[in-house]
Write a protein that binds this ligand. Structure first.
Ligand SMILES: *[C@@H]1O[C@H](CO)[C@@H](O)[C@H](O)[C@H]1NC(C)=O
Ligand SMILES: *[C@@H]1O[C@H](CO)[C@@H](O)[C@H](O)[C@H]1NC(C)=O
Ligand SMILES: *[C@@H]1O[C@H](CO)[C@@H](O)[C@H](O)[C@H]1NC(C)=O
Ligand SMILES: *[C@@H]1O[C@H](CO)[C@@H](O)[C@H](O)[C@H]1NC(C)=O
Ligand SMILES: CC(=O)N[C@H]1CO[C@H](CO)[C@@H](O)[C@@H]1O
Length: 507
C-alpha cells in the first residue's frame, strides 16, 4: 500500500516535472528569439538570469512576457553600462594613477640616440624617437627588417610592459584585431600548436586557436601539464593583469581567423600545409605538428571556415632585446608521482628569501604578485618566468603564456598561492588594489566583465562564462583573507607589507 502511494506520488511528480520543463523550454525559445532579433552591440545577456526572471512570470500572457523581455534587456544594457563605468572609475582611481618618477635614460627597452653615428644607421635609423628622445618598443621588429612604417610602438620600461594610459595600446590592439595577415607559420617549441602570424608592416603576433568550448571545464583527471591551452584564457589573462594594475602581460586580442585564406593559402610551412582537410560536415580543419593534440582527432576546425583564436603581440625579437628565463622556485614537479620541495617543506620560503635574486629588491614580492594573478585565474602552469636582460635583476617579471588558466571555475587551487602563504609578504600597492577590487563600486567580476566586453571576440560570445567571472570574486576574498591571516600572525606589519608606496595618502 505504501509502495503504491509512493509510486502514485512519483508519477504525479514526474508529470509536474514534465509540465514545468516544457514551460521552461517555451520560455527559453521565446527569450532566445528575442535576443536574436535584437542588435544591441554591447549586451551579453545572461540567459540563465533571464530564464529565472521569466519563470516567476510564467502565468502571465505572452504579451506581458514580451514586455518583460524588453525590460530584462534594458536591465542588462544598464548593467553593462554600469560595469563599464566601474571600470572607468577603477582606472581613474589614484591607486592606478600614482605619479611615477620620470623614466631615466637606460630604463626604456630600446633607446634611440638622438645623434646617430653613420655606422648605427643600419640598425637604428628606423626608430623614430618620440618627444623624450626615446623610442618606445618595437614589437618584434628584427634588426634587419624593422621598417620606418612599423607601427607597433609601446613603451616597455623597467617596471612594466606598457604604461597605464599608453597612447599606443589601443592602436596596437586594433592592428592585431584587424590588419591583414600575410604569413602564418608554426611556432617551434612548446607542446601545443601555435602559429606566428605576420602583418604587412613586419609586426608579428602569436596565434592560439580555440581548442575548448567556453563552458567546458578541464577534465579533473587531466594533469595540469597536459591541459589544453585556451585562447580565451590568454585574452582574459591580459585583461585581468591590467585590472590588477600589474601591466606585465603583453597585449592579446581575440580574432576570427579564416582557416583557408589566412592560414592555408598563405603558409610557407610545409609541415603545416599537409595537415589541412575538410571535415565530414564541410568545415575547414587542420592540426599541424606538435607533441600534444596535433592529430586528426584533435583537429582545429572552422565553422565552417572561421576559427576563433587569440593574437598576442610578439615580444621584441631576441636580437633586439635578450630575455632571461628563470625557473620558478614554486614550480610544480611536472611528474605524476613526485611532489616538489615546496609542497612538503613549510619553511621553504625561508631558504628562498635568503637566496639571490630573491634576497634583494622586489623579486620576491613580484613573484608573489604573479602567484596572486595565477591563483585568481587558476593557472597551475607557471614553471618559468622571463625578464628583459637589459634591466638586470631589478625589473618586472613578464607574465607570459597564460593559456592554461581559467580551466576550472568550480574549484580553487590553494597551492597556487603557496608563495604568499609561505612567505607572508606582499606589496602594499597590490594589497590596496585587491581591497579596492573587493568593494562593490569596483567589484572585480564587474570590471573584468566590462573589460572583456571590449575585446572583438566578445561579439561572438562573452569571453569568460559567468561561473568563471564570479569565481574571481570568491578567489579574491581568499587572497585578501590570506593576507589578513598573515597580518594577524605578525606583530610587526612591516614584516608582511612591502612598503612600495609610503607616500600614498591612504596607505
Ligand atoms: C512579473 O510580472 C509582473 C507583472 O505581471 C511584474 O510586476 C513583476 O515585476 C515580474 N516579476 C519580476 C521578478 O520582475
Ligand atoms: C605612439 O605614441 C606617441 C606618443 O604619444 C605618438 O607620438 C605616436 O604617434 C604613437 N604611435 C602610434 C603608432 O600611434
Ligand atoms: C642577478 O641574479 C643572479 C642570480 O641570483 C645573479 O647571478 C646575477 O649576478 C644578478 N645580476 C645582477 C646584475 O645583480
Ligand atoms: C618593524 O620592522 C621594521 C623593519 O623590519 C623596523 O624598522 C621597525 O622598527 C619595526 N617596528 C616595530 C614596532 O618593531
Ligand atoms: C621573439 C620572436 O619570435 N621573434 C621573431 C621576430 O621576427 C623574426 C623575423 O623577422 C623571427 O625570426 C623571430 O623569431
Amino acid at each position: 500500500m505504501r509502495v503504491c502511494t509512493r509510486r502514485r506520488s512519483q508519477t504525479l511528480r514526474m508529470w509536474l516535472l514534465i509540465v514545468l520543463l516544457s514551460l521552461h523550454l517555451l520560455v527559453v525559445s521565446l527569450v532566445l528569439s528575442m535576443y536574436h532579433s535584437s542588435c544591441e552591440p554591447h549586451s551579453h545577456p545572461d540567459i540563465q538570469t533571464s530564464i529565472s526572471f521569466f519563470i516567476q512570470n510564467t502565468s502571465t500572457s505572452t504579451d506581458t512576457m514580451a514586455a518583460a523581455g524588453s525590460v530584462t534587456h534594458k536591465v542588462e544594457i544598464d548593467s553593462a553600462a554600469d560595469d563599464l563605468s566601474k571600470l572607468e572609475a577603477l582606472f581613474s582611481h589614484p591607486l592606478y594613477n600614482m605619479p611615477t618618477p620620470p623614466v631615466p635614460d637606460g630604463d626604456w627597452l630600446l633607446k634611440v640616440r638622438t645623434k646617430r653615428k653613420d655606422e648605427e644607421r643600419s640598425t637604428q635609423q628606423w626608430l623614430s624617437a618620440n618627444a623624450d628622445g626615446y623610442d618606445p618598443i618595437l614589437w618584434n621588429a628584427s634588426a634587419e627588417t624593422h621598417p620606418p612604417w612599423l607601427r607597433f610602438h609601446l613603451g616597455i620600461s623597467r617596471w612594466q610592459m606598457y604604461q597605464h594610459k599608453d597612447p599606443n595600446l589601443s592602436a596596437l590592439t586594433q592592428q592585431l584585431a584587424s590588419h591583414r595577415i600575410v604569413s602564418a607559420v608554426q611556432k617551434s617549441g612548446g607542446t601545443q600548436l601555435k602559429l606566428v602570424m605576420s602583418f604587412r608592416n613586419y609586426g608579428k603576433a602569436l596565434f592560439k586557436p580555440m581548442k575548448q568550448e567556453r563552458h567546458e571545464e578541464t577534465n579533473v583527471n587531466l594533469y595540469y601539464f597536459s591541459d589544453f591551452e585556451r585562447h580565451n584564457a590568454e585574452i582574459a589573462a591580459f585583461h585581468l593583469d591590467r585590472i590588477l594594475g600589474f601591466r606585465r602581460v603583453p597585449p592579446v586580442v581575440g580574432r576570427l581567423i579564416n582557416v583557408i585564406k589566412e592560414i592555408k593559402d598563405i603558409t610557407t610551412d610545409h609541415k603545416l600545409a599537409t595537415t589541412f582537410f575538410t571535415s565530414p560536415v564541410g568545415n575547414a580543419c587542420f592540426y599541424g605538428q606538435c607533441s600534444y593534440y596535433c592529430s586528426t582527432e584533435h583537429a582545429l576546425c572552422g565553422r565552417p571556415i572561421m576559427i576563433e583564436g587569440s593574437l598576442a603581440a610578439m615580444l621584441p625579437d631576441l636580437s633586439l632585446a635578450q630575455r632571461r628565463s628563470w625557473k620558478s622556485p614554486w614550480r610544480r614537479s611536472y611528474s605524476r608521482s613526485k611532489l616538489a620541495l615546496w609542497e612538503t617543506d613549510n619553511n621553504y620560503c625561508d631558504s628562498i628569501r635568503r637566496s639571490p635574486p630573491y634576497d634583494r629588491g622586489t623579486r620576491l614580492v613580484d613573484l608573489i604578485d604573479m602567484s596572486i594573478l595565477d591563483f585568481l585565474m587558476s593557472n597551475m602552469d607557471r614553471h618559468h618566468y622571463e625578464t628583459f636582460e637589459k634591466f638586470g635583476n631589478d625589473t618586472f617579471l613578464i607574465h607570459l603564456d597564460n593559456g592554461r588558466a581559467f580551466g576550472r571555475h568550480s574549484k580553487d587551487e590553494p597551492s597556487i598561492l603557496a608563495p604568499l602563504v609561505q612567505c607572508c609578504r606582499v606589496r602594499r600597492s597590490t594589497l590596496l588594489r585587491l581591497r579596492l577590487l573587493s568593494l562593490p563600486a569596483y567589484r572585480l567580476s564587474d570590471v573584468m566583465r566590462a573589460s572583456l566586453s571590449q575585446d572583438p571576440l566578445a561579439a561572438v560570445a562573452p569571453l569568460l562564462t559567468e561561473p568563471h567571472i564570479s569565481a574571481l570574486d570568491r578567489r579574491l576574498a581568499t587572497v585578501i583573507q590570506t593576507i589578513q591571516d598573515c597580518l594577524e600572525q605578525h606583530q610587526n606589519h612591516s614584516d608582511v607589507i612591502y612598503d612600495d608606496i609610503t607616500d600614498y595618502p591612504w596607505a
